[in-house]
Design a protein around this ligand. Structure first.
Ligand code: PAF
Length: 280
């Protein structure tokens, strides 16, 4: 695996692959890799395709009171994991390369960015859309892979790519979970043993509510029960809501693809999760 933080070297590698008739897939990450990220690399590895992973802890998507300073950084072990997974190139730009002096552009994707995490974390999705646009322009991938765990992020990126006519196929990869169902996240390491044991209430409450809504029970009853379960487990809830899986509008019609979304805090750790509604 090649590793570079130099844009010219990245472009040389990508140009050489393209000249050889190969496709390029990008897996954008902020590092602190876990099995969820490796599942993205595995999904991206196809015959005739070269895989680029990026690691960049993007300051623009953290609010002033958020965990940018303590966000886990494990460059050496991340590189070993990517190499072992069969990644071809690690793109690891510095903050100065990504946002040189004078950088002044902001990409905002209205509507789909506004609710849920967008409301709880003002500016977060502008930061994501801006850095992902830069990563797409730097790497020029044919395909890009994102986890469904960050479901609103995936919806924002799909809208961005459609609106700006970017010739990139966006592939959503199902959430990877621990044996007890907790979604893998780089932030799970912040949980102490007691919080980790209680965290499982989040996927369980969402699973029960999603099955109940899928059977045709009243949405508000299912959401109320899920919220009560989370509060009993010690969570402070940001939101538990049903949304249209494409637009993320609330109160979606039952014949639309629907997603149950939640964000809640255990102590200072904010966890998010989501599940599809399967009819019947
Ligand atoms: O999901 C992430 O790790 C980040 O939001 C992303 C997509 C790499 C942009 O910084």
């Amino acid at each position: 695996m090649q590793t570079t933080g130099d844009l010219d070297r990245l472009r040389q590698a990508v140009t050489a692959w393209r000249s050889a008739g190969q496709a390029v897939a990008l897996v954008p990450t902020m590092g602190a890799l876990h099995a969820g990220h490796i599942a993205l690399i595995e999904a991206a590895k196809r015959p005739g395709t070269r895989v680029v992973a990026s690691i960049f802890v993007n300051p623009k998507q953290f609010g002033p009171a958020e965990d940018l300073g303590r966000y886990p950084r494990r460059e050496a072990s991340d590189a070993r994991m990517l190499n072992a997974a069969g990644c071809d190139l690690l793109w690891a730009p510095s903050v100065e390369t990504m946002y040189p002096m004078g950088f002044a552009t902001n990409i905002a994707v209205a509507g789909v960015s506004d609710g849920f995490d967008g409301a709880a974390r003002p500016g977060h999705f502008d930061g994501v859309a801006t850095v992902v646009t830069k990563l797409f322009n730097q790497v020029r991938p044919d395909l890009a892979y994102f986890g469904e765990k960050d479901f609103q992020q995936l919806a924002v990126i799909r809208r961005l790519v459609a609106d700006l006519d970017m010739p990139i196929e966006i592939v959503g990869v199902p959430t990877q979970r621990d044996d007890d169902g907790l979604a893998l996240s780089s932030r799970n390491i912040y949980l102490d043993d007691d919080q980790r044991a209680r965290a499982v209430a989040l996927p369980r409450a969402l699973g029960i509510a999603a099955r109940s809504i899928g059977r045709g029970d009243l949405v508000e009853d299912a959401l109320t029960e899920a919220r009560a379960t989370l509060i009993a487990a010690g969570f402070e809830i940001d939101y538990v809501a049903l949304a249209d899986a494409e637009t993320l509008a609330e109160d979606p019609a039952p014949d639309r693809p629907r997603r149950l979304l939640a964000a809640a805090r255990l102590g200072t750790t904010r966890l998010i999760d989501n599940v599809p509604i399967e009819q019947g």
